[in-house]
Design a protein around this ligand. Structure first.
Ligand SMILES: *Cc1c(COP(=O)(O)O)cnc(C)c1O
Length: 364
């Protein structure tokens, strides 16, 4: 029998989450963010479930080209743009849209001679201070790019640093507004957190990422409260059971010691599968549908859990590391990280099983 660890990808949940994004941002074009191999879910695998998106947005040029080879015909946006001038002809041939976030990128575009002009999203720095033109430079950049034969259409975009905080959007939106005043171009501002605040944020294009995968972009509102369904469920089984006596240690460094006798379940999943090594004792795991506590350090191939509350657990009992029944956000919180990191880190050695796009459940 094969090692029981596998990630189940629920494509109908993905369809439902996409519908949720569309409903939250009525009238906006939805560019589904699929960077990092669709947040770890496998881009080729999830593509059929994204058929209702108006386009895709990602960072990786090679993945974008592959999408065109698979005859994906809608808009594809490169959200970091390009890194070298020699990428531009391929971007043009493949009809990819691109972000332009810096003077260097703008200059490359102006120097290039392209088979066909590009759709360009000019990125404004509204306080994230990573990528983007300073607000005062935006009008000038748009004017220059508008004259360039390499540019077919201009859009304005920004990425909000604190869209998940109640008081996090007013100031950057005011900065964006003043940078773009009088510029007649369509806009794109909202990530997942922004999609849920679309009424305040607006824009012709939205860029939901994490919400599509059924995790929350917010620190307080859970995915369930937001009407999102988990897409990835990481499943395994108990592959061995130990009976601990009081004071027995478990695993490397004996970071867990039993305070009383109990059974311990050994689960086939470790950090080489993408499970976070820094998840501490007490991190939730589901065994037979019941929540139990991790006991002992995460190792490369295994984790160990306290089976005190699941007397029926046996070798072969089902385990959920995250997904249906155990939000990835809860595991992430226990491990002091975010759902994004856990999903993206799913390791290549984990077998992935996609379930079909069933009837789309539009109960929102
Ligand atoms: C990753 C990314 C998104 C999606 O963000 P989520 O928080 O996952 O919704 C949107 N826009 C840009 C520019 C991004 O890099």
């Amino acid at each position: 029998m094969a090692r029981p660890l596998h990630a189940q990808i629920n494509l109908s949940a993905l369809c439902a989450n996409l519908a949720r994004a569309r409903a939250a941002a009525p009238g906006a074009k939805v560019l589904a963010v699929v960077k990092a191999n669709a947040y770890g879910h496998g881009l080729a695998r999830v593509l059929p479930a994204l058929a209702d998106a108006d386009g895709l947005a990602l960072v990786e040029l090679d993945a974008a080209c592959l999408l065109r080879e698979q005859l994906y015909t809608r808009r594809i946006l490169l959200i970091e743009g390009y890194f070298e001038e020699r990428e531009l002809p391929e971007i043009s041939q493949r009809r990819l849209a691109t972000v332009v976030h810096s003077e260097d990128q703008a200059a490359m575009l102006e120097r290039a001679t392209l088979p066909r002009p590009l759709e360009v999203f000019v990125k404004v720095n509204t306080g994230m201070n990573r990528l983007g033109f300073s607000p005062s430079a935006v009008a000038g950049v748009c004017e220059r790019l508008g004259r360039s034969p390499s540019v077919a259409a201009i859009r304005l975009m920004t990425h909000l640093a604190r869209a998940d905080e109640d008081d996090g959007i007013a100031e950057p939106l005011a900065v964006f507004e003043s940078a773009c005043r009088g510029l007649p171009y369509p806009r794109s501002i909202a990530n997942s957190a922004g999609v849920f605040r679309y009424a305040e944020i607006g824009g012709e294009f939205v860029r939901p990422g994490i919400m599509l995968w059924g995790a929350t972009p917010f620190p307080y509102d859970t995915a369930e409260m937001l009407g999102l369904r988990p897409v990835m469920t990481l499943r395994s089984e108990i592959i061995a059971i130990q009976t601990l006596r009081a004071n027995d240690g478990v695993g490397y460094g004996a970071s867990y010691t039993a305070s009383q006798p109990h059974r311990l379940g050994v689960v086939a999943c470790g950090y080489a599968d993408g499970y976070p090594r820094h998840a501490p004792n007490g991190t939730p795991v589901l065994v037979c549908g019941r929540k139990v506590r991790m006991a002992g350090r995460v190792s490369m191939d295994l984790i160990t859990v306290d089976l005190t509350d699941v007397p029926e657990a046996r070798v072969g009992s089902p385990v959920v590391l995250w997904g249906e029944g155990l939000p990835v956000d809860d595991v992430a919180a226990a491990a002091s990280t975010v759902g994004y990191e856990l999903l993206c880190a799913l390791a290549p050695r984990v077998r992935v099983v996609a379930t079909d796009v069933g009837p789309i459940d539009l109960e929102l």
